[in-house]
Each structure stands twice: as structure tokens, then as C-alpha cells.
Design a protein. Sequence first.
Length: 144
Amino acid sequence: MTDKLTLAACAGAALAVTALGALAPHAALAHHSFAMFDQRKVMTLEGTVHEFQWTNPHAFIELDTRNAQGRTKRYSIELNSPNNLTRQGWRRNSLRPGETISLRMAPLRNGSPGGLFLDLTKADGTVLDSGLPKNGSAVNVPQL
């Protein structure tokens, strides 16, 4: 009886490993490319941090800017994952609501108020960086 249970357990484990192996390529492909961002353009925003979202799979900065008429426009800027940001020296409290910053990003191609984070400078001169190129070189975009 013990041999049958051991054999059944081994067969079940082998089936589970095979199933996970078959799903792994799909999980890797599930991460989006950065094709939605126009990485050939660099846009600079001056504004106030509305919210810094330290979330997986990507952190976000919600930034309030003002136009010439004084109207507020909120931008949603996508950053790397908290795991990668931590390795770059970021912390969940690196930005606080109400802070004034100057931020550079690659804008969304569709014109919506958002983009891919490149770097920012805080009022005290502290610079927080993405590690991404800022010369118009695209990253994480499929080559056709």
C-alpha cells in the first residue's frame, strides 16, 4: 500500500511540475511591453505629488499639474516594480503627497495624461532616477 501511495504521489508531483512548466512561458509573456509609451519623446512636468502608489507589479506617481489657466490636470506615471525600485534606493516613503517635483517621462502614445517615468528632482535637489535611457532609446518594446 505504501508503494502505491508513493508512486501516486510521485506521479501527481510530476504532473504538477509539467503543468507549471507549460504555463511559465505564458506568465512571462503576460508582462506588457512599453510600446504604449512614446519613448522617443521626453516630457517634463512640474507639479505636486497627489499620491505615490507603492504597488505591484508597478509603482505609480499621481502628479497634479496646473495649466496656464490654473486648471489642474492629473498625470499617472508608471514606474518600475517596488522590488526593483528598492534596489535603486527608493523607499515607499520616497515621495509624499504635497511635495513639489519636476519629473521627466516618456508620454503615452494615445495622448492621455500619463507616461513612463524617467527621473525626477525634488524641491531640495534630490534626484530619483529610473535607470532607463533618456536619449530616445526604446526599452522593452518588441522589434518587428
